[in-house]
Design a protein around this ligand. Structure first.
Ligand SMILES: C[S@@+](CC[C@H](N)C(=O)[O-])C[C@H]1O[C@@H](n2cnc3c(N)ncnc32)[C@H](O)[C@@H]1O
Length: 267
């Protein structure tokens, strides 16, 4: 099975637990400006489960939305997060979690040191600051240092970092059409909040339907999960059988997530 298919299969296994634990869409579900989207955090949780991760190291906390969602999903996973300027709001919000430690400092130094100090662990990193080329370079360095995967935020198709990401790495991204159509419902509150804040510009504009996704060719800020640098074999595979195998459905029936909870409880 390809990485993409494994990831989508894992999402199907993880979604009910995610909805039960987080209850996204409830009135008091926190929506944080500049924070990760709920579907992206869900993808991260599913990927962590799929890869049997022992420890998560994160760079870029801001007010702690990504940290809070992952820590709410995994109460046993050690999570160590760093921000160049740690905010009191994040300290307050994340203080209930005994598995989360927060630090202030440079993310590149922090992540690379963590990987070098824990060679026997299966470590994932998430980079949501620094951004752009610096973030991609850091993600590559983390993979070279043995990270099982590197999550990279703000990698939608309008970003200059996307072409080198496409060319250089094996990854899955949350703008995958199948992922969007199955799990985009998790972000409904985010769209509404964006409109309230007067952010008409993509990605905060209301793009609920698939047609809009096709026109824009991207969805949300986009979290990509990179597992390795591309080899020549990966490139050959992608230019030949890969895209065909990847798009063949596992079953003839189109699988869309059917929430077990009543719709009003999650929307
Ligand atoms: C978009 S915010 C992170 C949002 C957060 N992940 C969430 O989901 O709520 C980016 C954060 O990265 C931090 N940052 C920027 N450059 C950094 C660096 N080199 N090392 C660590 N943090 C950095 C910024 O201070 C900011 O708080």
């Amino acid at each position: 099975m390809t990485l993409r298919k494994k990831f989508l299969a894992q999402c199907e296994r993880s979604i009910d637990t995610f909805v039960e634990r987080l209850q996204p869409g409830r009135e008091d579900f926190p929506i944080v400006p500049r924070g990760i989207w709920t579907s992206e955090a869900f993808a991260l949780c599913a990927f962590i489960e799929m890869q049997n991760i022992d420890m998560l190291f994160e760079s870029g906390i801001y007010r702690g939305q990504s940290t809070w969602i992952v820590a709410s999903y995994f109460n046993q996973l050690p999570i160590a997060s760093v921000d160049i300027k740690l905010q009191q709001a994040a300290i307050d919000r994340l203080s209930p979690f005994s598995n989360v430690t927060l630090s202030e400092g440079d993310g590149a130094e922090f992540l690379l040191k963590a990987l070098r100090e824990n060679p026997e662990k299966r470590i994932a990193v998430v980079i949501d600051g620094p951004k752009n080329e610096a973030a991609l370079e850091l993600a590559g360095q983390c993979l070279d240092e043995g990270a099982v995967f590197a999550g990279l935020h703000d990698t939608d198709r309008s970003k200059s970092v996307r072409p080198p990401l496409d060319e250089g790495f094996v990854f899955v991204a949350t703008d995958d059409p199948e992922f969007v159509s199955a799990y985009g419902f998790l972000d409904e509150g985010k769209w509404d909040k964006g409109l309230e804040e007067g952010r008409g510009r993509f990605p905060y504009q209301k793009i609920k339907d698939y047609k809009a996704y096709e026109e824009l060719e991207c969805y949300g800020p986009t979290l990509s999960m990179l597992t390795r640098r591309k080899s020549t074999l990966d490139v050959i595979w992608e230019k030949t059988l890969g895209p065909i195998v990847d798009r063949v459905p596992e079953t003839t029936e189109k699988k869309l997530y059917q929430p077990k909870l009543p719709v009003h409880a999650i929307r």
